[in-house]
Design a protein around this ligand. Structure first.
Ligand SMILES: Nc1ncnc2c1ncn2[C@@H]1O[C@H](COP(=O)(O)OP(=O)(O)O)[C@@H](O)[C@H]1O
Ligand SMILES: [Mg+2]
Length: 509
């Protein structure tokens, strides 16, 4: 059932293109007047979802309701919905006023009249010149371009052109405005300004905004509600604070901002072990449960170590340091693990610090046993995937659509090259994609079987390597605890996402 005051309800919406599911069982209720943002990496299905709401695409299955009425098959022009695209499609030969007025000149509105027989009938008429002028000027006022109304589009800056596009979309007073990466073509400064303006505009207009972006900062600053998406599926729906503070899984935590994410184990009541140390925490999980832990950099407390560290201290060594205006951002090495930390205090490179994390700042998330997730994986100089002491061949072209790997092991798209040596990635391997072979040194990793659970029609086996990395495998075969085995995974069965933007790895030609 749709919630109260719900304007748009997507119910079990799926979209399949050429046999590929790009939107997968999408369920979402959007409240009247809400500012909702779809957030996710390129290709995750944001635009397709928006186009289904607008009516440019029809769902393969599922329903879309507008104010409770099924509009799944109603054409776009009959929906009270307008869209602003990234590439503003303005008419270059018309001035600002005429660009905004264009749609209004075509529009017909109903009016009641009586015919010759004295019966009430509904007829349609065009808007009068004055009515059009009224509405155009109101829209131009909202976007603050009244003074430029007679300017040719070609004489406007990118930001001004995008404002005209927005005026054109709101002049019809739609109930819902869809914005598909509308600021994507603007430079950073202009984008920041427009973010604030759009937010203001949303308040003034009081209409529902559905906004699409791949930029988490933009989503966090502008939205009432964020919908985090991945591969066509909703990962989490919540307020910016919810999503930032309480991400439901490692993917969301990573996507929504710089985070420390660790594999951890519950080792006692409200005690969790990671970075080889036991921390107090506030989330109650069963003993021995494998969990993911997220700690925000601003929640890592650093104090200088004067003399010898105490045995109970968690000690990190300052490996890198960047001044960020108000604070420094540090990467601390704890053994082979990295801890990203922020502090206003200035620490020398290579100095030792004691690290503390308050229990309430340790966010614990149930590990999803639907697949193996490795949040601390990276690529080596041969584009192999390294997960602690395990190495896998992997298809890195999945990081960039249409790319290839050249003879020098660079990833290439068009004439841009990327060097992925040392690139941090999150890797995922399906539970049924891992082959177990008897004995060591026969595959990608060696490990010992530490548990096998019968799941009704198959066994779920957990294999742990020397470096305490776990591989969970669904298999028909029976294995015994303590068996020494090798783990094998085919390259095509490993999926990886980069932490951070691929631009970071671009090589100058
Ligand atoms: N008309 C189409 N035909 C076939 N595939 C499409 C079509 N539109 C989008 N796709 C595919 O659907 C996936 C999601 O695309 P899209 O919704 O544009 O993602 P986003 O907006 O999140 O970047 C992509 O893999 C894209 O190539
Ligand atoms: Mg898109």
């Amino acid at each position: 059932m749709a919630k109260e005051n719900c304007i748009i309800s997507l119910q079990g919406v799926n979209k399949i293109f050429d046999g590929v599911t790009v939107v997968d069982d999408f369920n979402l209720d959007i409240t009247k007047g809400e500012f909702v943002t779809f957030l996710g990496p390129s290709g995750c299905g944001k635009t397709t979802t928006l186009r289904m709401i607008a009516g440019f695409e029809t769902p393969t299955s599922g329903k879309i309701l507008l104010n409770g009425e099924d509009i799944t098959r109603i054409p776009p022009h009959k929906r009270p919905i307008n869209t602003v695209f990234q590439r503003y499609a303005l008419f270059p030969y018309l001035d600002v006023y005429d660009n905004v007025a264009f749609g209004l000149k075509l529009k017909k509105i109903p009016y009641e009249t009586t015919n010759r027989k004295g019966e009430k009938v509904t007829k349609y008429r065009h808007l009068t010149r004055d009515e059009i002028c009224d509405q155009v000027m109101r829209a131009l006022k909202i976007i603050d371009l009244e003074d430029l109304k007679n300017r040719d589009i070609s004489t406007l800056s990118g930001g001004q052109q995008q404002r005209v596009a927005i005026a054109r979309a709101i002049v019809n007073k739609p109930a819902i405005l869809l914005l598909d990466e509308p600021l994507g073509a603007l430079d950073l400064k202009m984008r920041k300004e427009m973010q604030l303006e759009l937010k203001e505009m949303h308040k003034k207009l009081g209409i529902t905004f559905i906004y699409v972006t791949h930029d988490q900062e933009e989503a966090l600053t502008m939205s009432d509600t964020i919908v985090v998406m991945k591969s066509g599926e909703i990962q989490q729906v919540g307020t910016p604070t919810d999503i930032y503070n309480e991400p439901v899984n490692a993917y969301v935590a990573n996507f929504i901002g710089e985070s420390n994410i660790y594999n951890a184990t519950m080792v006692g009541k409200l005690k969790v072990k990671f970075l080889n140390k036991v921390f107090d925490c506030v989330d109650d999980f069963p003993l021995n449960e494998k969990v993911d832990v997220v700690v925000r950099p601003e929640d890592v407390e650093m104090t200088p170590i004067k003399k010898e560290p105490k045995a109970t201290d968690l000690v990190g060594k300052v490996a890198t340091k960047v001044f960020k205006g108000v604070h420094y951002e540090y990467i601390l090495m704890v053994g082979k693990s990295e801890v990203v930390a922020q502090s206003t205090k200035d620490y020398e490179l290579d100095s030792l610090v004691s690290i503390e994390i308050a229990p309430e700042n340790i966010q614990i998330m149930k590990k999803e046993l639907t697949k193996n997730v490795y949040p601390e994986a990276y690529l080596d100089n041969k584009n192999r995937l390294v997960i602690s002491d395990a190495t896998f061949d992997v298809d890195v072209t999945q990081l960039l659509k249409g790319s290839k790997v050249d003879d020098g092991d660079y990833l290439v798209l068009g004439d841009q090259k990327y060097d992925l040596d040392d690139a941090d990635v999150i890797a995922e391997i399906g539970l049924d994609k891992i082959e177990i072979l008897d004995g060591y040194d026969r595959g990608n990793a060696n490990g010992v079987i530490i548990s096998t659970i019968y799941k009704g029609d198959h066994y779920q086996v957990m294999i742990r390597t020397d470096e305490e990395e776990d591989f969970i495998v669904d298999t028909q075969d029976t294995w015994n605890e303590g068996d020494q085995v090798s783990v094998v995974v085919k390259p095509k069965d490993i999926s990886i996402v980069l932490k951070g933007d691929i631009k970071k790895y671009a090589v100058e030609n």
